[in-house]
Design a protein around this ligand. Structure first.
Ligand code: HAM
Length: 420
């Protein structure tokens, strides 16, 4: 099997972990629907240019992390490294913008970055991305942060806190870059090799360098804010406080992609890498479609989220709530199949999960069957049940046995369930 193993940095996801992925998706999708967000689906690969033109030529993604390949006609294509640029392309290409109306989109998608694989960092990973497009002002910022908070609360995560920073428009950004360069020069900070390069072409990224961060505390971004920036931050603060959203400002927070303007945010839990990141990107649509469209969004790394749910013990509740077979029919004689197929159909009308063994088996190890299927009710159908009118129903949760009339079975199950 050696040559056929999965490629480095990719993962196989199977039960019970795949069930956790599915349940997380169910819970979040419900919340997105309640908040009037709609799904979009875009290609797994796009023309390489889409990303090189929009993510920032000096970012790690463009520099060294994209999976790029030529098609048969020599056109350069790239596996999507993130979703915001693809959504912007989708919106522009399909002319979806209507003046005065926001677009509220989300996507569940796998992304590809050629990174050094380690825990929480893969070459193929999943994100839930949310984009609020053609949306300006304080309530758009608030709506997105509130959605994130509700997602975390609904998953049972209570101990999170937003890290926020406000990058302002290009003028504020340039101001800060100037301040930062002046500071580095005046203090004669011994930048690492990579940051010496960044000093010339993308100084903001120096703030995110794990090596240089330790050498000094860089100037606060707050210093670069103008009156408008300060007003925006003050208004947002008031809303976040009024609705009890937990946040802190990190005046050195920058993100790994260059398209951000205005508010940026992340959430990390414990010492782990950021679980989620996002912010406002008011210039991206100009780069991609030559139109001015203010927008903002975020993406949650699903592997990191699921890993947190597992290590914090929250996953067991999420799994227990969803993944039981309600009724399992165990047949050790084939005569019962026609009846079981009819019963199954009836129970499905009550949204019950049912299953049965596809080939008859001798009932040898009951606890193995119960462990494997985790049924609420196990119905045993063997030689004995052929001869009598009653059949054995085991309530596996309450560990009780019942003998139920065959013709009353469905009625009995429905009555039983109404008490669960
Ligand atoms: P990002 O910070 O590059 O932002 O990624 C968002 C999240 O995806 C990260 O916080 C992390 O949880 C997860 N992630 C990123 N790279 C990896 C990896 N190699 N392995 C596992 N998980 C990973 C974006 O992608 C932006 N498009 C977010 C956004 C949407 N901004 C505005 N709208």
């Amino acid at each position: 099997m050696n040559n056929l193993n999965k490629p480095r940095g990719t993962q196989d996801i199977y039960p019970p972990c795949s069930l956790l992925y599915q349940n997380v998706q169910k819970i979040i999708s419900k919340l997105l629907q309640l908040n009037n967000f709609q799904p979009v689906i875009f290609p797994t690969f796009e023309s390489t240019e889409l990303f090189t033109n929009s993510l920032g030529s000096t970012t790690d993604i463009i520099h060294k992390e994209m999976f790029v390949f030529p098609d048969r006609k020599g056109r350069s294509l790239a596996l999507r490294p993130e979703g915001t640029a693809s959504v912007a392309r989708l919106v522009c290409e399909n002319k979806l913008i209507q003046e005065g109306y926001p677009l509220k989109f989300y996507y569940w998608a796998n992304f590809f970055r050629y990174e050094r694989p380690q825990k929480g960092r893969y070459r193929e990973f999943w994100q839930l991305g949310v984009e609020l497009i053609n949306a300006q002002g304080i309530f758009a910022d608030y709506q997105l942060l509130k959605l994130v908070a509700d997602i975390f609360y609904d998953l049972g995560i209570k101990n999170f806190i937003f890290s926020l920073n406000y990058l302002g428009n290009s003028e504020t950004k340039e101001n800060y870059k100037g301040e930062l360069k002046k500071f580095i020069k005046a203090k004669d900070i011994d930048l690492c090799e990579k940051c010496q390069e960044r000093y010339q072409n993308n100084p903001l990224r120096i703030l995110d360098c794990s090596v240089c961060k330790k050498k000094t505390s860089f100037p606060s971004y707050k210093k670069a804010w103008n009156k408008k920036d300060r007003e925006h931050v003050n208004k947002l603060d008031k809303l976040l406080k009024k609705f009890n959203l937990p946040y802190n400002y990190d005046y050195n927070l920058v993100r790994g992609l260059d398209y951000y303007t205005g508010l940026v945010f992340e959430i990390s839990l414990g010492k782990d890498k950021a679980l989620l990141g996002g912010g406002r990107y008011d210039k991206l649509y100009q780069e991609i479609g030559n139109i001015d469209v203010p927008a903002l969004g975020f993406a949650i790394g699903i592997e990191r989220l699921v890993n947190y749910l597992e290590i914090s013990g929250l996953s067991s509740k999420l799994l227990a709530d969803f993944n039981r077979v309600d009724v399992f029919f165990f047949l050790s004689v084939s005569e019962f199949y026609p009846e079981v197929l009819e019963w199954e159909e009836k129970l499905k009308n009550y949204s019950l999960t049912t299953d049965y063994n596809l080939e008859t088996r001798k009932l040898k190890n009951l606890s193995k069957i119960i462990n494997n299927y985790q049924p609420r009710l196990l119905i045993i159908l063997g030689e004995k049940e052929l001869k009598t009118k009653k059949i054995l129903v085991k309530d596996c949760l309450k560990k009780k046995d019942f003998f139920v009339e065959k013709k009353e079975l469905i009625k009995w199950i429905i009555k039983k369930i109404s008490k669960w």
